[in-house]
Each structure stands twice: as C-alpha cells, then as structure tokens.
Design a protein around this ligand. Structure first.
Ligand code: DAH
Length: 362
C-alpha cells in the first residue's frame, strides 16, 4: 500500500491542516480493502497515536499563546477527516450493493386493499342472522318467466296487483325450464318471491329458506328508488306454522340487526300470495320509538312485507293446503342498510364513489 508522508512532525498550522487532508484523500483512495481504509482512517483520527490525537496531546506542552490555535487546527482537521470518511463509507456501501438491489431499509409501500360493498356486508349480516335461526340460503334466476314471478303467486294475467310492480320484459323470451312456462313471457324478476315457487317445486316441506338477490322494476330514480335493488325473501313451511312464528322470527331478526330493544309491528296490507298480509315495521332504533328525524317522528321504520302463504300458492306447487301452513316475508336489503347506517340517498350505493364506500371498511 502506498502512503503519502504527511507533515506530522511540524507545528500545526493552516497549511499543515490542508496538507493532511490532501494526504488522507490520497491514502484512502489507495486503500485496497475495507480493512486498509479503516487503518488509514485510524492513522488520522484514532484515539491513540493518530495525527489528530498527537496534535491534541501537544496542546499540553505548547506555549500558552499557541494552545488555542493548536486546538482549533486539530478540530478543523478532525472534522474534515470525519466528513471525508462518512462520504467514503456511504460510497463504498453503494458500490457493494448489487445492481437493481432493493433497499430494504426504505419504508414499505402499502398495497391498497379493497373491501366488500356495504350492501354485500349488510346482506352477509342478514344471512348470518337467519342461518343461525336454521334457515338455509338459496338463490334463483334473475331472468324469470311470468309464471314463477306472477301466476304461481296468485297473480294471474290481468290481475291488478301486477301493476304494483312495473315490469321489465325481455324482447325475446328465453326458453322456460318448467314445462308450459314457454307460453309465458320472460322478464327481469320484480321480486325474490319467485324463488319461493322454484324452491317449493323442487322440495317437500318442511322448508326454511332465505333467498337474497337483485330485483328490477321500471321505477323512477329518486332518493329512495332505483330500477335495480336487492331483497331478501324468507319462506318457512311446515305443519302448524303460525303468524306467531312469523312475528317471532322477524322480532329476533330486528333485535340482532338493529337494537336489543327493537319491537316489531304488523300493519294490515295486501299481497296476492299471502293471507293475511302485513307490512313489517320495526320500532325506530335511534329514538326507541319516541319519534326522531330518522323515523319522521313516527317511532316506526318500515322494512318489508310479509304474511301467511296463500293456499292458492301451495296449490300451484302441488302442496296440500289443508296440511301445510307457512309464512313468507320480503325485506329490502337497501332499506335495512339505509336504516342501519343512516344513508340519506339510495343512489349512493350504486355510484361507486370511494368517499362513500370507504366508510364501510369492515
Ligand atoms: N314481494 C314483495 C315485494 O316485492 C315483498 C313480499 C311481501 C314478500 C310479502 C313476501 C311476502 O314473501 O309474503 O314488495
């Protein structure tokens, strides 16, 4: 290893500081290994026998008027060498890094994780509640024939109740999969009640199901209506099933979904496929029924329709209406989500605005 000869014996002054710095740079460049480099550094900066150390030591024996200067030059040299050493080390570290290497000391970049849509979350929550009660989850086709959607549900052609659901028909009918269904028009199902029919055609009682899914109506777009929305249908059929079972089931659902003090109210209503029929209200979980902005001061919130399955429906699927009774309900999933999370406008669920969706990150 070549080594420059520094003016180490001379009295420290401006010139010797410069000379040492230059000599240090030459020596360091000549160092063939990290260990050689360390030795160079120690010769200038080491605690013992280094140039800086000997300058510091010489202060003790120096004439008083020179002490201060020697101290200053020693410090200047020390700082300059330290700075050069730091530069040298980081350059050496960069050299050692293989090309394209990843700097593992940098903070990581978090991948953006998605999460489920609020309606999916609410549907999953409802499914959990109903499956815990022993109901199975089933699905049915979104394109449906008139027979499953209307006729079998006691709504023959020209029945005025069909007008309650403004229907979207397909221009070209799809072949039906149940015998004479070819004679019927194909449509986008207007409610999940059609799944009741499909399930009963394929199974014998006892039946305990919930059937979630999308439904379509020619509704105008406003704060509470969209042409597509989602429902969860419920159907329980067996011997001795009563209105009390319906009310108990919906009460248990409301208490789990909304509040432990929820109450359920039936309002007499009409559906062709149930008798008696009722709209289902739950006590407002915000004010516990006292009246507030959410329930428009009424104390109650509507979540869907329900009733005891009409004997004509059992006849349509070949069940003995003398032997079996059953209850059914249809709950709007958006409705539950709106009430549960106090969403002002149903369209928010379908606009894919992340500022809205990111408020449901669970
Ligand atoms: N199908 C009804 C609707 O879309 C909801 C409904 C009411 C479903 C009563 C039912 C029921 O099963 O029994 O508005």
């Amino acid at each position: 290893m070549s080594m420059s000869v520094g003016p180490s014996d001379s009295v420290p002054d401006e010139a010797s500081v410069k000379a040492h710095i230059a000599a240090f740079e030459v020596d360091l460049r000549a160092a063939g290994s990290p260990r050689d480099a360390q030795a160079v550094r120690d010769r200038y900066l080491g605690r013992k026998n280094s140039i800086v150390a000997s300058w510091m030591q010489s202060i003790g024996g120096a004439p008083p008027d020179q002490k201060k200067n020697i101290g200053r030059y020693a410090n200047e040299l020390k700082q300059a060498i330290e700075a050069l050493w730091t530069d040298y080390q980081s350059a050496a570290a960069a050299d050692r890094r293989p090309a394209g290497a990843v700097d593992v000391t940098l903070p990581g970049r978090m991948p953006r994780l998605g999460h489920r849509h609020p309606l999916t979350l609410v549907r999953a929550q409802m499914e959990t509640i109903f499956t815990r009660m022993g109901l199975a989850i089933v699905e049915g086709p979104e394109t449906e024939d008139e027979w499953h959607c209307f006729d079998a549900l006691n709504m023959p052609a020209e029945h005025p109740a069909r007008d309650m659901q403004d229907t979207l028909y397909l221009a070209t009918p799809l072949r039906g999969d149940s015998g004479d269904a070819d004679d019927f028009r194909t449509m986008l199902r207007t409610h999940t009640s059609s799944i009741q029919i499909r399930y009963m055609q394929a199974h014998q009682p006892p039946i305990r199901i919930v059937a979630p899914g999308r439904v379509y109506r020619r509704d105008d777009l406003d704060l509470t209506h969209t042409p597509m929305f989602t429902q969860m249908e419920g159907l329980v059929v067996g011997e001795g099933i009563s209105l009390a079972d319906l009310k108990g089931t919906l009460l248990a659902f409301a208490r789990d979904m909304f509040s432990a003090t929820s109450r359920v109210r039936f309002r007499p209503s009409f559906f062709p496929y149930t008798e008696p029929s009722a709209e289902v209200d739950i006590s407002c979980w915000q004010c516990d029924g006292k009246g507030c902005a959410m329930c428009k001061q009424s104390g109650w919130l509507e979540i869907g329709g329900s009733g005891m399955v009409h004997p004509a429906v059992f006849e349509a699927v070949g069940y003995d209406p003398e032997r079996y009774t059953g209850f059914a309900f249809g709950i709007g999933i958006e409705r539950v989500a709106i009430l549960r999370h106090q969403v002002q406008d149903i369209r928010l669920f379908f606009e894919n605005d992340l500022r809205f969706l990111e408020q449901f990150p669970y």
